[in-house]
Design a protein around this ligand. Sequence first.
Ligand code: HEC
Length: 245
Amino acid sequence: MKNLIKILILLVSSQVLASGEGAHLEKAETNIRSKESLRNGAKNYMNYCSGCHSLQYQRYKRMAEDLGLSKEEVEQNLIFTGAKYTDHMTMNMSSEDSEVWFGKAPPDLSVIARARGNDWLFSYLKGFYKDPSRPSGWNNTVFKNASMPNVFWKQQGIQEAHFDEHKLDSGVVTHTFDKFSKLTDGTMSDEEFDHTVRDIVNFLDYTSEPAKLIRLAYAPWVLLFMVLLVLMTFLLKKEFFKDIH
Ligand code: HEC
């Protein structure tokens, strides 16, 4: 029994650590039904992220069909790598090269929204702050010591993070995130920046389960069918039983 409790405590604490040392996550408030948001997310994803990250389970063609984009729009605005319309959304950089450049290969993001959750992604992309002690010059409040550079420093503006210090009874000192303050203004307002990041997270939510859009579109029809089926069964029962007394 004691061992069981110990294992439970270990499990819970490792989960807390894995989720960013209990960092406060901001609500992403994405809307997967908004095609406009998904299209904007796809555009921004291709511009800001696809140079380093792949979406190896997603094809350009599938994305175009799901988001209501034409073949020409995709080829002209969203494919930067010389890939074909029917190809998977991989990238040109090899993982060996990127490991040398960043110390860690940028992971494939196909199912990242399922692994991390939308709120985590939203907070992560907004959580980069200046930290001269890191090789890249950046750190992150939800993913400590992440080796990804801050791709949005111009748009968001450079921010500094402030932490509260707590001294535990055991003498260990811990830091919890308090707030950000801006060192420079970004080219986007806070609302515009939230909007940009929210749409990218929405797009990543879609790529993690492209069938979700179809499922949501069919759902009302399936429910209507069930209601009609129950009604017909009921009428049929009445018809069958009407001569039985
Ligand atoms: C310059 C290259 C580069 C660009 C551009 C870039 N990333 Fe990254 N990204 C990385 C690297 C390297 C890591 C690995 C970080 C680590 O594990 O320390 C990473 C990690 C991540 C992770 C964490 C994955 C995990 O381990 O859970 C997410 C999420 C992510 N990137 C999303 C994005 C998004 C969204 C964009 C576009 C807005 C983007 N990245 C742009 C290099 C990049």
